[in-house]
Design a protein around this ligand. Structure first.
Ligand code: SAH
Ligand code: DHB
Ligand code: MG
Length: 223
């Protein structure tokens, strides 16, 4: 057994024992695959981690950048109270359409709103619409723009806001300082910003499993 096969099997073991999926979540992944969306959703156990973190925070207003088929949106949306709201930003209208259908299937259409367009164009409209002071922000769109997304996340946050940045390890490429991959450079600039930014306390965790070797940043906006 290769080491990555073992990661997969261990994920499967915990996912089965700890019920990190259910028929609705499974049907979302099936619909995404049927619509030919890339299988780059968070893993089931990471989706459940997002749900648990949003619950721990008692989040009422969540912002997500990068919807894809809405798999992570539904995980986060499930953590919301009755009067909670999640806004998710997606560039690709085909992805957004699949996501909206998945959100309906999950019965969360009253809580989750997909906004279509390049996030750097839709983020400035959020304040005008009266959305700010998000409790929880999940950054998971194009990695090249992560530094700008972090600036927006801080702009739309308040003390105590939880900010998560996905896919910051990318098979370890994050430490290749001379990488020509714009995704890697975007993530490195994102980390540099966190390093210089005094308004947020953060850490980064490496992960292995069904989605390979990657990791995420977890931070909280200071008082
Ligand atoms: N959060 C999802 C996965 C998101 S994949 C999940 O875990 O289920 C990244 C998504 O970001 C893709 O759907 C891609 O179309 C979208 N994206 C890429 N560039 C973008 C941009 N500039 N603005 C908004 N979304 C973008
Ligand atoms: C990619 C994007 C993601 O959000 C992810 O979880 C994995 C990969 C990508 O663009 O390659
Ligand atoms: Mg991701």
């Amino acid at each position: 057994m290769t080491i990555s096969e073992k990661w997969n099997d261990v994920d499967l073991y915990f996912n089965t024992k700890l019920h990190t999926s259910d028929p609705v979540m499974d049907s979302i992944l099936k619909a995404n695959s049927k619509a030919d969306l890339p299988a780059i959703d968070v893993a089931p156990n990471q989706g459940k981690l997002l749900y648990l973190l949003a619950k721990l925070k008692g989040a009422k207003n969540i912002l997500e950048m990068g919807t894809l088929g809405g798999y992570s949106s539904v995980w986060l949306g499930r953590a919301l109270p009755d009067d909670g709201h999640l806004i998710t930003l997606e560039f690709d209208s085909k992805h957004a359409k699949v996501a909206e259908e998945n959100v309906r299937k999950a019965g969360l259409e009253n809580k989750i709103e997909v906004i279509v367009g390049p996030a750097l164009e839709t983020l400035p409209t959020l304040k005008e619409k009266g959305f700010a002071n998000f409790d929880f922000i999940f950054i998971d769109a194009d990695k090249a723009n992560y530094p700008q997304y972090l600036k927006w996340a801080l702009e739309l946050s308040r003390p105590g806001t939880v900010i998560i940045g996905d896919n910051v390890v990318r098979n370890g490429h994050v430490i290749d300082s001379d990488s020509e991959d714009l995704h890697v450079q975007g993530v490195r600039q994102f980390i540099d910003l966190l390093s210089e930014e005094s308004r947020i306390d953060s850490t980064a965790i490496q992960t292995v499993g069904s989605k390979g070797y990657d990791g995420f940043v977890l931070g909280i906006v200071k008082n």
